[in-house]
Structure formats: C-alpha cells, structure tokens
Design a protein around this ligand. Structure first.
Ligand code: ATR
Length: 278
C-alpha cells in the first residue's frame, strides 16, 4: 500500500481569497486521508513554469481559477469534453507524465440545483441566462446537457453572447441571444432564471431586472454568492419563486476534482456549508 501523502493545490492570481483550501482540507480531514491542499499564487507569465513546478514537486494535480482557466487549455496534453466545450480548465491531474485538463464547473452548477431542488425539471421550459462572461460558459453547457429546451441569453455586450453561442451551440438549436434591454421580457414564460454576470456582487453595480413577467413556478438562482442572498434572490423569494443560492456551485464543482486526486467522491454537508460561509 502506498501511504504517501497526496498533494493538491489551487492556482490563481490573486489567490488569497480562494475558499478551495478550506473545502478540500475539510474533506481530507473528514475522510481521514493523508494529504494537503494549498493555495499557490502564479502570475500569468509564469503559468507554464508554475505548472511544471507543481508536477516536479509530486503534486497529484490542482484547481485553477482566474486568470488561468483559459490559458491552461494549451498547456494540457488531454482535455475532457466539458473543458473543450467550455473553453476553460478548472481541474488538472498529473498522470503518467501527462497533464490532463477537466472542467467540473458545469457539474457543480447543475448538481447544486439538483441537490437544493430535487423536484425541479430542467426540461419543462425555457431558461433565461443573464450575462455571457467566463462563468456563463459552464452554466450554458450544463443547461444544454440537462435538457433545457430553449435558452434566452441576455448580455450587455451582445456580440460576446453571440461568440459564446458560436462555440457552444453553433447551429443555435437551443440558445437564442437577446439585447440587454430585452432581459426583463425574457422572463415571460421562463422555467429557470440564472444570473451569471458580476452584477449584484458586493462592490459591483446592482442587477436591474424586473420580475413582473416571471411565472410563479420558475426557479431562480445566482452564481454570485457574496452576498449569499443577492437582491435577485430576495426579490424572487418575495414573489414566491423557489430560489437556490450560488455557494453550492463552488462546493459541488470541487467534488469530482477531489475524487480525481484523493480517490473519494466527497459530499457537501452542513458543516462544510457553514464553514465556507463564515
Ligand atoms: P466572469 O469571469 O465572472 O464571467 P467576465 O468575463 O468579465 O467575468 O464577465 C462578467 C459578466 O458580467 C459579463 O457578462 C459582463 O457583461 P459584458 O460581456 O457586457 O462585459 C457582465 N457585466 C459586468 N458589469 C456589467 C454592467 N455594469 N452591466 C451589465 N453587465 C455587466
């Protein structure tokens, strides 16, 4: 038996704010494993050397956050389907001398909704997605995989939304792009609404979105989790809509990554949720 401690990390720049060490070290302890997970600050210009350094030090792999998720595509020897489709790598495994890239964000997004709202049916109607930045890719990919029949995508810069559709749904079978001021009307008949933009986050401008046309049965979520209960979620809840906060996406995306390095698929328990929100 090999009882050597397994080492993993999260890389980013800056990286001090990352909650990933708390999450993974909680699981290492909970499952009685011999290992460690640390935050490593790597500037963009040092990415290749930084990754090789982790490999040479015997790390099993790492998570990546801003600004490295896209640049890692070119550094990986292999990519899973989600990383390729999303154009971003958030998890790397060093295996057999190869750098293997994965993306677990779409899994995290969909699994969070399924865990919080087990009866919710993605296939029942259209989804409205606000924002088309980096985070939107995994959300859109996840929604298509989950069987959402139609996605209305509203972004301030429509050309950015169109470019995203080009790579994710080139025949525009599912995603339809809209002008930014159409976002309110895009809630009419929606089954699901998600904010993937940075609007509503602490220190960012508010998300102005009229919920007047939103059906009462629609589920509303936000990938912003600071504050945990954004104005979007507060307003939706006040109207009686079911809401799911964004923190679970962060927790669930970490699970398959942890499994790849440590060999255990961990669960998201209440203690972990409390700790991460402190
Ligand atoms: P991330 O990595 O979080 O996706 P990003 O790529 O900069 O960051 O995307 C931020 C998202 O928030 C984008 O959809 C952005 O809209 P643009 O594509 O038009 O830039 C959106 N966003 C940020 N500030 C905004 C604002 N003041 N009004 C409307 N949308 C905004």
């Amino acid at each position: 038996m090999n009882d050597k401690a397994i080492k993993a990390a999260v890389i980013g720049h800056p990286i001090g704010h990352s909650k990933s060490p708390l999450i993974h070290n909680y699981w290492i302890e909970k499952y009685g494993l011999s290992g460690s997970y640390e935050a490593v600050d790597i500037a963009c210009e040092n990415l290749k050397a930084g990754v090789e350094n982790l490999r040479d030090k015997g790390f099993a792999g790492f998570n990546a956050t801003i600004p490295h998720k896209e640049a890692l595509l070119d550094l990986c020897d292999t990519l899973d389907d989600t990383a390729r489709a999303c154009g971003a790598v958030n998890t790397v495994v060093f295996k057999d001398g190869k750098i293997r890239g994965y993306n677990t964000d779409a899994f995290g997004f969909i699994t969070n909704i399924r865990a919080a709202a087990p009866d919710f049916d993605f296939a029942k109607g259209p989804a409205t997605v606000i924002g088309a930045g980096g985070a939107a890719r995994a959300v859109l990919f996840g929604l298509i995989e989950a069987g959402v029949p139609k996605i209305r995508l509203a972004n301030r810069t429509r050309a950015k939304a169109e470019a995203l559709v080009q790579s994710l749904d080139p025949q525009q079978k599912v995603i339809e792009t809209l002008d930014w001021d159409q976002r309110h009307a895009a809630l009419d008949g929606a089954n699901f609404v998600v904010n993937t933009s940075s609007l509503g986050m602490d220190k960012q401008p508010a998300l102005e979105l009229s919920l007047d046309d939103l059906p009462p049965a629609a589920l509303v979520t936000d990938i912003v989790y600071s504050p945990l209960e954004t104005d979007l979620l507060k307003n939706a809840k006040a109207r009686g809509n079911q809401t799911v906060t964004g923190i679970g996406m962060l927790l669930h995306q970490a699970r398959p990554a942890f499994e790849k390095w440590f060999g255990v698929l961990p669960d998201v328990d209440e203690t972990l949720q409390e700790r991460v929100l402190k």
